[in-house]
Ligand binder design. Structure first.
Ligand SMILES: Cc1cc2nc3c(=O)[nH]c(=O)nc-3n(C[C@H](O)[C@H](O)[C@H](O)COP(=O)(O)OP(=O)(O)OC[C@H]3O[C@@H](n4cnc5c(N)ncnc54)[C@H](O)[C@@H]3O)c2cc1C
Length: 399
């Protein structure tokens, strides 16, 4: 069979959903699979909080070449900019135009500051390795700057990412103070949430257990508080200024602007409307964080979606209807400080070391979703490394 007669399947997005779909589709010899991503690495977002607080960058970033190695996937490093429905083709920022028989879109979300003054200029983020690098550099520089030490370290957003970061930050700050030979200073780590409780999407008991754990670690949990503005020196929260040079915004995301720019039908929350086969329009599947499905916003959902569309495309290729998509989760697990996590699956809950073990297992499964077991195990082992390769830490004052 010549190349031209193969089904041209284009998958865009080198994250959880896109990679899973591309890997599974590439097993079918009748498909020519192309994966397009604007990054050269895959970002394992669940460990970014750990990378931001002393873990290795490698645990949150795996070269795509390593994951795709030996597979049957064409890879293009470029950004998707435009969709042409009439010619069934897409345009990339390189100017290249590519035709598709089936298109799978898994572009992930972008940060949303909800128009709050000063956040985009002065806040830090931990949603990518680049943001984490900036945040770590800031922490190290600030702690060595005798003239301007921060007392308040503020994390905005009491969702899983904010809680995870808040749980790990006090220990990390003390660790780098020691590393730079700084005497133990008083520091306040504050976690700010607009809802009446942190982890508002979890059961109340889970929120209460996480709050108790954070307080034990020394984190001040502030709920029912609205962030109004940020400037160079302070954050305004519910009409009061809190002095700080370290504000981390973990609160908001919104759908990738590509979908609005290209006239997709969107739900109220800005996600793409899909049918019961994750099809948004003729020959276009939308999956993961982009799709308006009940559990969109979780890595496990994106992987599940990637797996599902690969099977759906195959079924339709063979003239079958394919099974309907069913949305479900395997539970969520939120670590709060070393050795403690809250695991929740329906009404079943585990906190403490057992929850932490579930998290370790979930990470191994997360890596194994995209890599064979031996590579996944090597990757998983990086979670136990520390930032010895961090250039910033190698600066003067290192113990
Ligand atoms: C800090 C953080 C922590 C998280 N922790 C957890 C957790 O513990 N558990 C959990 O289940 N989920 C967690 N999530 C959510 C999880 O990461 C997402 O649900 C998951 O990544 C969604 O997968 P996806 O394939 O839809 O998108 P992504 O994994 O975001 O992948 C999107 C890919 O598309 C690329 N891309 C974007 N636009 C373009 C374009 N125009 N052209 C080409 N490429 C493009 C991006 O660079 C990226 O590679 C976390 C997210 C963050 C940010």
């Amino acid at each position: 069979m010549s190349k031209k007669t193969k089904q041209q399947i284009i998958v865009v997005g080198g994250g959880f959903g896109g990679i899973k779909a591309a890997l599974e589709l590439s097993r079918n010899k009748e498909f020519e699979v192309t994966l397009i991503s604007d990054k050269l690495d895959f970002r394992y977002n669940p460990t970014l909080y750990h990378t931001a607080t002393g873990g290795l960058f490698r645990q949150s970033s795996i070269p795509l070449s390593e994951i795709l190695e030996g597979g049957n996937i064409n890879f293009i490093n470029a950004k998707l900019t435009k969709l042409d429905r009439d010619t069934q083709s897409i345009e990339l920022d390189t100017g290249k135009i590519i035709s598709y028989d089936k298109l799978v879109l898994a572009l992930g979300v972008v940060t949303n500051y909800f128009g709050i003054d000063g956040l985009s200029e002065y806040s830090y983020g931990i949603k990518s390795p680049e943001e984490v690098k900036q945040f770590k550099a800031h922490l190290h520089e600030l702690l060595q700057d005798e003239g301007k030490p921060d007392i308040n370290y503020i994390i905005v957003g009491g969702g899983p990412t904010g809680v995870e970061l808040a749980g790990a930050l006090p220990t990390y700050i003390r660790q780098i103070m020691k590393r730079h030979g700084i005497k133990n200073r008083r520091i306040n780590v504050k976690l700010i949430e607009a809802a009446p409780r942190i982890l508002p999407n979890s059961a109340e008991k889970v929120s209460a257990a996480a709050t108790k754990r954070l307080k034990k670690i020394g984190v001040q949990v502030m709920v029912h508080k609205m962030v109004q503005a940020l400037d160079e020196d302070s954050l305004m929260v519910s009409s009061k200024d809190i002095p700080s040079h370290t504000v981390v915004w973990t609160a908001g995301t919104s759908n990738n602007p590509f979908f609005k720019d290209n006239d997709f039908a969107l739900s109220e929350r800005g996600k793409v409307t899909v049918d019961e086969h994750l099809i948004a329009e003729d020959n276009i599947y939308v999956i993961g964080d982009n799709a308006n499905t009940p559990h969109s916003g979780l890595a496990q959902t994106a992987v599940r979606d990637g797996h599902y569309v690969a099977h759906d495309i195959e079924a339709k290729f063979h003239g079958n209807e394919g099974n309907r998509y069913k949305s479900k989760t395997l539970g969520t697990v939120v670590p709060v400080g070393n050795g403690w996590a809250a695991f929740e699956f329906g009404k079943f809950r585990l906190t403490g070391w057992l929850g932490w073990s579930m998290r370790e297992a979930a990470d191994w499964i997360g890596y194994h979703d995209l890599e064979p077991w031996w590579k996944a195990s090597q990757q998983w082992a990086t979670e136990f490394g520390s930032e010895e390769d961090c250039e910033i830490c190698a600066t003067e004052g290192k113990a």
